[in-house]
Design a binder for this molecule. Structure first.
Ligand code: BEZ
Ligand code: FE
Length: 300
């Protein structure tokens, strides 16, 4: 694509810029791995197209390099600012879209996020993943089927979520494990557990990505959600969330993770409404939601 601004340059200037793109592209012609060659030459084409398209100034390029340097400096074992950058630019969701192609009525995937932890506790069906996580109790239930509608028994279901203050357990300094767990679907593909009703929270925004959001008038908030990762033999692993219908943040989720098909009714239950499993929640309000999951076949 030739940009309007490139069109307004003289023929001689355009030839000079085209020549440079060709030269840099050709420098990768001898890359032995064909895929690496394709990716590197693609980066060259698109990077140069961008620089030429916006007629980037030298000061702006330096600023971009300072920004990326700051992204690197704040990144460590606990903080991955490059992933936040990818998320807030929508690149993560684009990679997910490409790698989780539409397949029949398979449930849509969305961002993984930085708060998954291996070895979350095992919770029996009907158990409570909230643990010490504060929030309104929420009963979550559903079934897992394949695209032919056959139940998927024994699927491993990982769930994780923030508490009502918007923090994951790993964001506290006391090593608590709360708001996460794993369970397995029953013989009919069914699952059920207690959690807390999700509430909106900001992505970490005290670093360069937060500064970028502030400078561009964007919100760091994520729409209220509950994370799922579902794994079963012969099925494509599904990483997704469910979102709360009616949440005002749905329309401007900072990482572009919201999909209409994943917005669910979290139906609030009046105090004293009997719980599905007879659990006594002391007359508190609670909510319930249904999430029926369809897994695509492995390798699709
Ligand atoms: C999250 O869902 O927790 C999340 C996703 C992307 C970036 C930051 C947080
Ligand atoms: Fe999250």
């Amino acid at each position: 694509m030739t940009s309007t601004s490139t069109l307004s340059t003289s023929d001689e200037q355009r030839i000079r810029e085209d020549d440079l793109v060709r030269l840099v592209r050709a420098s990768f012609d001898g890359t032995p791995d064909p895929r690496l060659r394709e990716v590197m030459q693609g980066i060259v084409e698109h990077l140069h197209a961008f620089v030429r398209d916006v007629r980037l100034t030298e000061t702006e390029w330096l600023k971009a390099i300072e920004f990326l340097t700051a992204v690197g400096h704040i990144t460590d074992d606990r903080r991955q600012e490059f992933i936040l950058l990818s998320d807030t630019l929508g690149a993560s969701m684009q990679v997910i879209a490409i790698n989780n192609e539409v397949h029949g009525n398979a449930t849509e995937a969305t961002v993984f996020g930085p708060f998954f932890v291996d070895d979350a506790p095992h919770v029996e069906l009907g158990g409570d993943v909230a643990g010490l996580a504060a929030g309104q109790p929420c009963w979550v239930e559903g079934t897992i089927v394949d695209i032919e509608g056959r139940p998927v028994p024994g699927a491993r279901i990982e769930v994780w979520e923030a508490d009502e203050d918007g923090f994951y357990d790993v964001q506290y300094t006391d090593d608590r494990v709360a708001g996460r767990g794993h369970l397995f679907s029953d013989d009919d593909g069914g699952f059920r557990f207690w959690a807390v009703t999700p509430t909106p929270y900001p992505i970490p925004h005290d670093g360069p990505v937060g500064a970028m959001l502030a400078a561009t008038g964007r919100s760091p908030m994520r729409a209220s959600h509950l994370h799922f990762m579902v794994e079963a033999p012969q099925c494509r692993t599904l990483v997704t969330h469910i979102f709360v219908r009616g949440d005002e943040t749905l329309a401007h989720d900072s990482v572009f993770g919201v999909k209409d098909s994943l917005v669910k009714d979290f139906v609030e239950q009046a105090p004293g409404t009997p719980t599905p499993d007879g659990r006594d929640i002391g007359g508190a309000t609670w909510s319930r939601v249904r999430f029926d999951i369809v897994l695509a076949p492995a390798g699709t």
